[in-house]
Write a protein that binds this ligand. Structure first.
Ligand SMILES: Cc1ncc(C[n+]2csc(CCOP(=O)(O)OP(=O)(O)O)c2C)c(N)n1
Ligand SMILES: [Mg+2]
Length: 593
């Protein structure tokens, strides 16, 4: 390989130093990690590096922190762990990042090249194990290949459809005592990186003919809906999306991964579609004559029963990943490209056709939509004095008492769905949740990663009691590293989402879902981890506790809200059913609407 030399002549460096220097040159400001035998030589040069290292308590935490950092900042998150059990501990975050297209670079230590394949201590086939949950992974076998491997990793993680990339580094390639680990420093140029990946050329610009067809189709539709997915955020396309929606005056649904990509307080916003989406978002998609899918992937949680999904709708599907087009639903107009760039071209094309003046009369459709909005808003019944708190009330208070640009992370379960429903998203990159994989335990480390990347913003994690027990130890990391995140546990004493399914679909036969409200004692646990812990049991205590938490900025805060376990998430499209069978809550007639 012809190398571009940037160091002084004779700038000899070992693999460990090269790895850290490469991360510095990639602009990395923080690494989330935990050392061990195989990665030890790389931890030594960290002492001399300006890069901040956040020492986690479990490698899963490092991975989710890197994801949270990436989702909040738009920059790739970096995690570094040792071999064997550490590498397997980070498989869940890799899979999570893969499913949600999150740019992340994971460095793992590996046993020495000479020991690979001998069942050496803490050896596992990291590249084999992680192959199906990474966009790309690679075992580096020579120290001098490290700079290129790191440049490729960042390039692949951040371009095209973003995703996690893993670089596995055997100990001898970074060990300063190994003469073979020393080489003359070089830093590959962009051209060299591109040339080293001949098969990798993501298409970003949509095909002009397809874009023109899409513009024509939009200009003829009378019941259109924009179906905006997480790809809009990845493409930094929120502004373009708004311009498009306003130009043609078409309503927008934002999927779980796209919350914040379009402001909830906009008159064209319909909120979240899918299994727990708003009645209007679900039904508008279902009855549309055109779905304009932008960076969304027709996930089963959105479509419900695929054969019954949006039966009359033509489909325009824009995605940077050609594999998404036609994967679930055949598009009438498929467009491969970066969603922001495609939207910008689509806007031009629509204007060429005469937009906004050439749009057909859609007043009947608009009236239908506002009728649904009036009849089926999100709703719940406030608790009686002395009863447990309603989770929706807690979320409304948290929303109204926190700064509008608060970053909100969640775990997985009922609390996640209520958070997505009841929050009022006004800005992109304020919502961080595990969508595709649905990883319990995501919120605390993800919130820490987000706060590390955005220290001036208020960062709340809304968590379930079950989720909290999976990754709470990372609050020790947050307290030690002075990363003052705020956690709201909705303690319903249950694995609530599973309980809801058992109540509704297993005749109230509750199997292994009860957790207890008091064990553990969340306040004592929070205090033991160096956080402020506050228990909240009645509605009058909710606002003062949130205000107190928002005023504490020198350590993490945990608020434990005692919530009503019988509360269920509505609307709901039962799994495997058609979106036409959407079930609304008891306040709206409890049953199929
Ligand atoms: C790692 C993992 N294990 C199991 C599940 C299945 N699951 C989904 S939601 C849920 C319950 C979550 O309980 P809790 O955190 O208390 O949230 P709640 O639903 O009560 O708000 C479970 C077990 C999962 N999503 N992730
Ligand atoms: Mg719970």
């Amino acid at each position: 390989m012809e190398a571009h030399r940037t160091g002084p002549p004779g700038d000899r460096i070992n693999g460990g130093q090269a790895l850290i220097r490469a991360l510095e040159l990639e602009g990395v400001e923080v690494i989330f990690g935990l050392p061990g035998g195989a990665i030890l030589p790389v931890y030594d040069p960290i002492i001399d590096s300006p890069i901040r290292h956040v020492l986690v308590r479990h490698e899963q935490g490092a991975g989710h922190m890197a994801e949270g950092y990436a989702q909040a900042t738009g920059r790739p998150g970096v995690a570094m762990v040792t071999s064997g059990p550490a590498a397997t501990n980070i498989v869940t975050p890799l899979c999570d990042a893969y499913m949600d297209s999150i740019p992340m670079v994971c460095i793992t230590g590996q046993v020495a090249t000479t020991a690979i394949g001998t069942d050496a201590f803490q050896e596992c086939d990291t590249v084999g194990i992680t192959r199906s949950v990474t966009k790309h992974n690679e075992l580096v076998t020579r120290a001098e290949d490290i700079p290129m491997a790191i440049r490729q990793a960042f390039h692949i993680a951040t371009t095209g459809r973003p995703g996690p990339v893993l670089v596995d580094i055997p100990k001898d390639t970074v060990d300063p005592k190994n003469p073979g680990a020393w080489f003359e420093w070089y830093w590959p140029t962009d051209e060299e990186v591109a040339a080293s990946l001949p098969g990798y050329r993501p298409t970003t610009k949509g095909h002009p003919k397809q874009i023109r067809e899409a513009a024509e189709m939009i200009s003829q539709s009378v019941r259109p809906v924009i179906y905006a997915g997480g790809g809009i955020l990845k493409a930094r396309g929120a502004e373009a999306l708004r311009e498009l929606a306003e130009l043609v005056d078409i309503h927008v649904v934002t999927t779980l991964m796209a919350r914040g990509a379009f402001p909830d307080d906009h008159e064209l916003a319909l909120g979240m579609p899918g299994m727990h989406g708003t009645y209007t978002a679900v039904t508008a998609m279902q009855q549309a004559d055109l779905l304009i899918a932008l960076g969304s992937r027709f996930d089963d949680r959105v479509t419900g029963k695929v054969s019954a999904f949006a039966p009359d709708a033509k489909i325009i599907h824009v995605d940077i990943d050609p594999a998404e087009l036609g994967k679930v639903r055949r598009p009438d107009v498929p467009i491969v490209g970066d969603s922001r760039q495609v939207i910008e071209e689509l806007i031009k094309s629509l204007k060429d056709l005469g937009a906004p003046d050439n749009q057909p009369d859609r007043s009947a459709w608009k009236q239908t939509i506002s009728g649904w909005q009036e009849t089926f808003p999100l709703t719940y019944t406030q608790s009686e004095p002395g009863d447990l708190l309603k989770p929706q009330y807690v979320l409304e208070q948290l929303r109204d008492l926190s700064p509008p640009d608060t970053i909100l992370a969640t775990g997985v379960g009922q609390h996640q769905m209520w958070a997505s429903q009841y929050w009022n998203f006004r800005f992109p990159y304020t919502w961080i949740c595990s969508g595709g994989l649905g990883t319990m335990g995501f919120s605390i480390p993800a919130a820490i990663g987000a706060k590390a990347g955005m220290p001036d913003r208020t960062v709340w994690a809304v968590d379930g009691d079950g989720c909290f027990q999976m990754t709470a130890q990372e609050l020790v990391t947050a307290a030690t590293e002075r990363i003052p995140v705020k956690i709201a546990i909705l303690n319903n004493a249950y694995l609530g989402m599973v309980r809801q399914w058992q109540e509704m679909f297993y005749e109230e036969r509750y199997s292994e879902v009860y957790l207890s409200p008091d064990l553990p004692d969340y306040v004592m646990w929070a205090e033991a981890m160096g956080c402020v812990g506050i228990r909240v049991e009645s509605p009058e205590e909710v606002a003062p506790a949130i205000e107190k938490a928002n005023s504490i900025n020198d350590r993490p805060v945990v608020l434990e809200f005692r919530t009503d376990a019988s509360e269920k998430v509505f609307p709901m499209v039962p799994s495997g059913m058609s979106n036409d069978d959407i079930v609304v809550g008891p306040e709206q007639g409890a049953g199929a609407a």
